[in-house]
Design a protein around this ligand. Structure first.
Ligand code: HEM
Length: 204
């Protein structure tokens, strides 16, 4: 119970931060379609920062050593923080539908899959369910799920930079860049792990 409290607290803080961003945006820009889209734009970025730490933290520790060890150790918490904060984004989607500006079906299908992965991963990171799941199945769920969620973020963050103003690029390009950097970090860390295993087998 002791160990659960910091996790719940950090999930609550993440949810609270995203909620504060959403409420402030709706209050300043209006609870109409424009304000809600702006709140979706901002909450997506709050969620992304938490997701990115969960996605790339472990690879950073593998490649760059003990400085990043705390990120690796908190990987699960960052994932749960992301799942928690992202509830606000989903709430805003509900609000958008309520005010009669629902997104198209294809948005629901594609991002719906990312949502299913988000909460499946959160559910199976809980102690008892996690233990019940076969290790290889967990690895598969994590790998496919995390990469699909990253793909969903990257797809929304990518806009042809040459066709946009520098102001627009400022709020899209860094986020898309982080998606690419995240994939590269995980790939290099994975290959390094394979290389080490290969050396151990040869030495043995
Ligand atoms: C894990 C799941 C999801 C991820 C990763 C995600 C990601 C994002 C991102 C990155 C943005 C910002 C786009 C921008 O800056 O232009 C965004 C906005 C938005 N999202 Fe989500 N989203 C998710 C779930 C959903 C769901 C389920 C829906 C609705 C079915 C949805 C509807 C929207 C809408 C309508 C916007 C505003 C788009 C606009 O400004 O034109 N999202 N989302």
């Amino acid at each position: 119970m002791q160990a659960k409290q910091p996790v719940l607290m950090s999930m609550g803080l993440s949810f609270g931060a995203a909620l504060a961003v959403a409420i402030a945006t709706l209050a300043l820009a209006g609870a109409n379609e424009h304000g809600t889209l702006l709140a979706l734009f901002l909450t997506a970025r709050v969620s992304f920062v938490l997701f990115w730490l969960a996605y790339a933290g472990s690879a950073l520790a593998t490649l760059f050593g003990p400085t990043f060890q705390p990120l690796k150790q908190r990987g699960r918490e960052f994932g749960l923080d992301f799942a928690s904060a992202h509830l606000v984004h989903l709430g805003l989607v509900g609000w958008l539908c309520w005010i009669g500006a629902a997104p198209g079906l294809s948005v629901f299908v594609f991002f719906g899959i990312a949502v299913v992965f988000t909460y499946l991963l959160a559910l199976f990171s809980i102690g008892t369910l996690h233990k019940a799941l076969d290790r290889r199945l967990w690895w598969l769920l994590r790998t496919v799920g995390l990469n699909f969620i990253l793909y969903a973020f990257a797809k929304d963050f990518y806009r042809d930079p040459l066709a946009q103003s520098w102001k627009f690029n400022l709020v899209y390009l860094p986020f898309f860049g982080l998606c690419v950097i995240g994939v590269l970090l995980r790939l290099v860390a994975f290959l390094q792990g394979l290389g080490r295993r290969d050396m151990t087998v040869r030495a043995g």
